[in-house]
Design a binder for this molecule. Structure first.
Ligand SMILES: [Zn+2]
Length: 232
C-alpha cells in the first residue's frame, strides 16, 4: 500500500512536471508574442492603440472634393486595424464610427487619453491627413514627441514610408520624422506617433487617399514597421 501511495504521488508529480511547463509555454506564447521591442525603446505587451484623428463636428481638414479628413482617418484606422490584427497584435481603437468622443474638443482628447491608458499599449499610432498652403507639397510625414520615448519608432516609420510610399508615389524620400508638442503622443509613456498620411491640399495625394488600394498599401507598410520593431 505504501509503495502504491508513493507511486501515485510520483506519477502526479511527474505529470505536473510535464504539464505545468507545457501549459505555461502555451499560455505565455499568446501574451509575449510581441513583448520585446528591439529598438532603444522598450515595448511591454502586444496592444497597439490606433487613433483615428478628429470626428463628429471636428472634421479636420477638407479636400477639394469636400471629403473630410475625419472620414479618411477612420477608413485608414480600420484598414490598419486589419493589418495589425493579421500580424497578431491586439488593436484598440479610440473611435470606430464618425462620431467624436465628445463635442467638446478638450473632453474628446481627454477621453482618447483614457482609452490609451486603459489599453496599456506597446505603441500608439494616430492617423491624420495634412493640408498645406503650397499645394505641391505631397507625401506621408511622421511626428513624435521628443520629450518621451518614440523617436526611434518615428524615425524607423518615416524611413520605411519614405522608401515604400513617398519615393514611389510622390517622388521624394527625404522627409525626416518631426518632433512636436502633440497631445496624443504624450498620453502614455510608450512610443507614440502621428502619421500624416498625405496632403489633402494636393490633388494627387487627395486621389490616393480616396483610393482603397493605396490606403491598404500604406497601412501594410505602417504595419510592417510595427512588426519589425517588435520581436516574436
Ligand atoms: Zn488632423
Amino acid at each position: 500500500m505504501k509503495i502504491k501511495v508513493v507511486s501515485k504521488k510520483s506519477i502526479i508529480i511527474a505529470l505536473l512536471c510535464i504539464f505545468i511547463p507545457v501549459f505555461c509555454i502555451i499560455a505565455c506564447a499568446g501574451t509575449v508574442a510581441h513583448a520585446v521591442y528591439t529598438g532603444k525603446d522598450e515595448f511591454f505587451s502586444g496592444t497597439i492603440v490606433v487613433d483615428a484623428g478628429h470626428g463628429g463636428i471636428d472634421g479636420g481638414v477638407v479636400g477639394s472634393a469636400g471629403v473630410k479628413e475625419s472620414d479618411i482617418n477612420l477608413k485608414l484606422a480600420k484598414i490598419l486595424r486589419e493589418e495589425l490584427t493579421s500580424q497578431n497584435f491586439k488593436v484598440v481603437m479610440t473611435r470606430e464610427d464618425e462620431n467624436a468622443l465628445s463635442n467638446v474638443k478638450r473632453i474628446d482628447m481627454q477621453k482618447r487619453k483614457e482609452i490609451i491608458l486603459a489599453a496599456a499599449p506597446i505603441a500608439v499610432i494616430s492617423l491624420h491627413v495634412n493640408r498645406f498652403s503650397d499645394s505641391s507639397r505631397r507625401g506621408v510625414q511622421v511626428f513624435y514627441d521628443d520629450t518621451l520615448r518614440g523617436k526611434d519608432f518615428a524615425v524607423a516609420m518615416q524611413e520605411h514610408l519614405n522608401e515604400s510610399v513617398n519615393a514611389v508615389y510622390s517622388g521624394r524620400d527625404d522627409y525626416e520624422a518631426i518632433a512636436g508638442d502633440l497631445y496624443i503622443t504624450k498620453c502614455a509613456p510608450v512610443p507614440s506617433i502621428i502619421v500624416e498620411c498625405g496632403f489633402i491640399s494636393n490633388r494627387e495625394d487627395e486621389k490616393l487617399l480616396l483610393d482603397d488600394k493605396f490606403c491598404t498599401y500604406l497601412c501594410q507598410k505602417i504595419s510592417e514597421v510595427v512588426s519589425a520593431q517588435t520581436q516574436i
